[in-house]
Design a protein around this ligand. Sequence first.
Ligand SMILES: Cc1cc2nc3c(=O)[nH]c(=O)nc-3n(C[C@H](O)[C@H](O)[C@H](O)COP(=O)(O)OP(=O)(O)OC[C@H]3O[C@@H](n4cnc5c(N)ncnc54)[C@H](O)[C@@H]3O)c2cc1C
Length: 465
Amino acid sequence: MDRIALLDNLRERVGAQAVLSPDDLAGRDPGWDTGNLGAAALVRPVTTADVAKLVAWCREAKIALVPHGGRTGLVGGAITGPEEIICDLGALDRIEEIDPQTRVAVVQAGVTLNALQEAARAHGLEPGIDLAARGSATIGGMISTNAGGIMAFRNGVMRHRVLGLEVVLPDGQVFCDLTRVVKTSAGYDLKHLFIGAEGTLGIVTRAVIKLDPLTGAGATALVGLNDAASAQRAIRYFLAQGGTSLRAAEIMWRSYALTTSRALGFTPGQLPLDAPCLLALELAADTFEQASAALESGLAAIWDEAQIIDGLVANSMQQAERIWRVREDTDVLYRLHPRAPSFDVSVPAGAIDDYVARIQADLKAIDAGFAPYVFGHLADGNLHIVFNVEGPLPAATNEAVERVLYTDLSAVGGSFSAEHGVGRKKRAAFERYADPVKRQLAQAVKTIIDPEGLLNPGKIVDPAS
Ligand SMILES: Cc1cc2nc3c(=O)[nH]c(=O)nc-3n(C[C@H](O)[C@H](O)[C@H](O)COP(=O)(O)OP(=O)(O)OC[C@H]3O[C@@H](n4cnc5c(N)ncnc54)[C@H](O)[C@@H]3O)c2cc1C
């Protein structure tokens, strides 16, 4: 089918308003990856039935479909080829229900995390998951990458927040399991197949999300320490205290904190950054004053034991925001080093300092100029590693880098992909570092559900041919 016939055909089937041509897409923000919008067309369905119709059309036309949410994914899961069609879930943006009694939200897939957080807040509730891309990342995208973020150490990852799911399958059927309860042991809990599947097994259209009560007012501190082990001591202390709850515990090694704070225009005196490791903490209590006081007394209590070098409890919203911007405005790294290679690993708690020291040394052996920025969600062992060079790396160098970063991780109980997924960028790593039996099973599942490879081809795994 030529391009004009394809667009006409699609418009007839799913509605003229909802179909964008490659010309319409030119100049639009592609999101985190420039390859996201290289499609034959972008379709914006508004209902689950529209999605099912689109899938049926694609199956007949033998054209592959790539689901898109907010396009904030970091592993190329939304990259779309010129022969493929984007299914953009952005118009499925209704929060259908917030039920304060059962503490659940029923949402369409295109609802942003921020929109759900705001709607839940009006009822004194929260979705229990948070990440810096909250303004654009959608619930459907977060389910599909099994996103983690800042609060995973206390509330789990997306998989633990999803109670029910509606998914359009590659054969056009709708898998509908909108369960609203935590407990269901009625056979295989198949919704979990689609969580973290990155749109390769089905298109998520609706979800039931578990909500938790908001934990009061939060106060923020920035603490300078010698290493991750000392930071973990501080975290354990605050986790054990009654009357307060630790909401975030983010680590930044010195070069990351200095680089982002400098790029953001903060002067050296504004934040205490002169330590090998910086720990940003958010502690919640009934009032801001109580939270601040608990942070201050807590830091004083563990100052010697954790060998704290310096510390600051933010006394204004502005100061707290500054601390969180240093941690969350990661895009400044990519402005300094365009397309900087980035990696996202999980390392068990006791192994973090050794891991960071080892990779820094081994990476230097590959290239003496490699001095990656390291930061992440310390309380659950998730480290982000962003290189101080322009990307992409030549294939052989990238393979050597992955060998340094990933070898032995699963043997010690970690993961080569903590929360970003596999997408296209980690596909080779999936083939090299995932358990072979897991890979076989993954391919068998893909082959059963999507034998023709209609959904998001080239990501995670292809069906057996
Ligand atoms: C600044 C920044 C900070 C981030 N911080 C974190 C963090 O702390 N923790 C974390 O886990 N992640 C983080 N991320 C990455 C994270 O993966 C995404 O933010 C989010 O989970 C993806 O949501 P999205 O709507 O943007 O999905 P997209 O990027 O649009 O898509 C991601 C993948 O999901 C698929 N997909 C999207 N929607 C659907 C759907 N409805 N049905 C089926 N498949 C679908 C796509 O095909 C693709 O494979 C961060 C990203 C940025 C840019």
